[in-house]
Design a binder for this molecule. Structure first.
Ligand code: TRP
Ligand code: SF4
Length: 328
């Protein structure tokens, strides 16, 4: 048996992954898989909470997300990757937890009101959407994870999970440990328009973007807003393009840009071209791996099935404990 501490995190299967996801969650997961017993899963039931009217792309999103994960370096040899809906035990635990979760805990959840306002084009006044954090709690505690790597926006959900655990343990006996949020640093890189990189803002660079797309997206990036003309000195410290250089260019290029931008020796057009070239080169191995997995659908099925089997074994054990604690 592995002595490593267990960590779990998930992503909603809502669409293709972009550089914001890579430098936010994924690069952190890639490090964590070396040190912890990691469980990473694709939350397709959670995707249903907001996309229930049109479910046509969820299954494809699940496969594409798994391909993205494998392509950036999550490895089935190092961590357990699976799909939420393949482990029906999550749903059973969700049902039991829903019996003991007071509705006001869910109504006061800040992401609940936020999302309802932001996604005003969708009718989110459903039981399932209100219960989103209860399903998330089931996801986490069914594996008795000690840590949950998430962005700051998800901390309230981990907090509700802890409250649910305390209530469960109080009512039925100590079954679950209280998990902790492990905060992921938010990436400094922004979208093309300097807002947070997001599919819904249409400002993202995707892991699967082709070289030509990357070049034209880079050309559209907003730079230092104070720099109107090429003859104006710029400030790399406030420029998103420079953040990309820090991630994707070598030190020498980074230093040159840093110096020449400030004295208006380099123009933004040229600077972006250099950055795009390096970004394209850095994403090349990811694109190659994606092509490989896209050409091997059976291999992908196998990886998903293997991860799900490993997860299911643990989930089944926990559910035996739960049923006996609840006496049902
Ligand atoms: N709610 C998370 C998000 O939107 C996804 C998620 C579902 C999750 N279940 C989880 C994250 C369990 C961590 C642990 O990002
Ligand atoms: Fe940004 Fe580069 Fe333009 Fe300077 S030269 S403002 S770093 S894009």
């Amino acid at each position: 048996m592995s002595q490593k501490k267990r960590i779990l995190s998930g992503m909603r299967a809502t669409g293709p992954l972009h550089l914001g996801n890579l430098h936010g969650a994924l690069s952190n997961w890639i490090e964590l898989q070396e040190q912890y017993d990691c469980f990473f899963f694709i939350a397709d039931w959670h995707a249903l909470t907001s996309d229930y009217e049109d479910t046509s792309s969820i299954a494809a999103n699940v496969r594409n997300m798994m391909i993205d994960w494998l392509s950036v370096g999550l490895s089935p040899e190092k961590c357990t990757m699976f799909v939420q809906s393949h482990i029906k035990e999550h749903a059973e635990l969700f049902l039991i937890l829903s019996m003991i979760t007071p509705v006001p805990w869910l109504e006061r959840n800040p992401t609940y009101k936020d999302q309802i306002m932001q996604l005003s084009n969708k009718d989110l006044s459903t039981f399932g959407f209100l219960g989103y954090p209860v399903l998330q709690a089931a996801d986490i505690i069914i594996y008795k994870a000690f840590g949950v790597p998430v962005g700051v926006d998800q901390v309230p959900h981990v907090e509700i999970t802890r409250e649910i655990v305390r209530r469960f343990n109080y009512l039925y006996g100590e079954v679950f440990p209280e998990p902790e949020a492990i905060l992921t640093k938010t990436p400094k890189i922004l979208g093309l328009d300097r807002r947070k990189m997001s599919k819904s803002y249409n400002n993202a660079i995707y892991l699967f973007d082709k070289p030509d797309d990357i070049s034209s997206k880079a050309a559209k990036m907003i730079t230092d807003p104070q720099r109107a003309r090429k003859s104006d000195p710029g400030n790399p410290d406030v420029c998103n393009v420079f953040e990309f250089h820090k991630l994707y260019s070598d030190k020498e290029t980074e230093n040159t840009v840093n110096k020449e931008c400030r004295i208006a020796d380099i123009g933004c057009v040229e600077c972006k071209k250099m950055m795009a070239k390096n970004l394209i080169r850095a994403l090349e191995p990811i694109r190659e791996k994606r092509d490989y997995y896209e050409g091997q659908p059976e291999l992908l099925d196998e990886i998903i099935a293997e991860g799900s089997n490993k997860a299911r074994e643990i989930a089944q054990k926990t559910m035996e404990e739960v049923r006996s604690a609840v006496k049902i």
